[in-house]
Design a protein around this ligand. Structure first.
Ligand code: PGA
Length: 255
């Protein structure tokens, strides 16, 4: 049974004080929705403070990126073990902003995925097509490449624990959400691909989130889809009210 997972991706936002206020504000909604796993991914510099603020709560902490090497002369980078050291359970990898603003490719992302597992972190692997890729009929080819290359070399026991976030790039931060039908088609495709890459049992254990302009008023319809196991939420995760409402709607969808 896959537990619904609603995770906030704060991107490059908040101050230290806002981060703590936001996390404190989310606790009641998270506590009231035991059927939903709630997570938050603040910027690196606020992770330690966030971890302290979350002590005793069920909200999981995640980071937004990491480097694959364990330590050494990699100025400006953060390792997987540093993230577990400050209390992270998850790390977002291959987000479209990493792919398209910072030029990260599938091979690098795969190295990060494997390093994350080796250090005891669970990756949230983001996959998804650009608008021109959708319009030229290449959605499945792009998603297939992101998933296949992202998981390359992973044993089924690790793969079963990964979270995949399907985020059509044209829906991120644009206010354009994929319709439930568009999201469902790609989620079904990913589940089938995972069964081909591994087996049906492994595929059915993997949580596949949807991401891209998830808001309180579209959460219920998206989260009610049988193959959608949660959401990766950007903009709407930065306000206590909207993220709490999303958690509530997700709980309603899986009740
Ligand atoms: P958005 O971002 O909810 O602001 O569209 C989602 C994401 O980038 O993960």
């Amino acid at each position: 049974m896959r537990k619904m997972f609603i995770c906030g991706n704060w991107k490059m936002n908040t101050t230290a004080a806002e981060a703590v206020r936001l996390l404190d504000g989310l606790k009641p909604a998270a506590a009231a929705a035991p059927a939903v796993e709630v997570g938050a991914c603040p910027p690196f510099v606020y992770l330690a403070g966030a971890s302290a603020a979350l002590k005793g709560s069920a909200i999981a902490l995640g980071a937004q990126n990491m480097y694959f090497e364990a330590s050494g002369a990699f100025t400006g980078e953060i390792s997987a073990s540093m993230l577990t050291d400050v209390g992270c359970k998850y790390v977002i990898l291959g987000h479209s902003e990493r792919r398209h603003v910072f030029g990260e490719g599938d091979e690098l992302i795969n190295k990060k995925v494997r390093a994350a597992f080796a250090a005891g972190l669970i990756p949230i692997l983001c996959v998804g097509e650009l608008l021109e890729e959708r319009e030229s009929g290449n959605t499945e080819a792009v998603v297939k490449r992101h998933v296949t290359e992202g998981l390359r070399g992973l044993a089924a026991s690790d793969a079963a624990r990964i979270v995949i976030a399907y985020e059509p790039v044209w829906a991120i931060g644009t206010g354009k959400t994929a319709t439930p039908e568009q999201a469902n088609d790609v989620h079904v495709f990913i589940r089938g691909l995972l069964a081909e890459l591994y087996d049906v049992e492994t595929a059915s254990a993997i949580r596949i989130q949807y991401g891209g302009s998830v808001k309180p008023d579209n959460t219920f319809d998206l989260m009610s889809l049988p193959e959608v196991d949660g959401a990766l939420v950007g903009g709407a995760s930065l306000k206590v009210d909207s993220f709490s409402q999303i958690i509530k709607e997700a709980a309603r969808a899986c009740s």
